[in-house]
Design a protein. Sequence first.
Length: 93
Amino acid sequence: MDRKINVGLVELPVVTYKDEDMYVSEVPFIHVASQGKTIEESISNLKEAVELYFEDEDVEKIIKEKFPVYNAIFTSTMAFDIKSRQVVSIPSE
């Protein structure tokens, strides 16, 4: 059975980190990344890269392939203590 996608907004998780003297922002599910001298510049550049990525593509097809559970994706963070090598904090449920 082909799953019908309610085309509207799809949340794209973004990861941003510092790599030497630049910030890198990426959308892991579609493997699109960009960089900038600041976090804001990196994310702004990523927005342009994502728009270019989807520009001439079948967006529904990509979402079905890359986000098989796109409506059940939740993002959160956990803290890992390097010294004790243990997770010391996880999000509340």
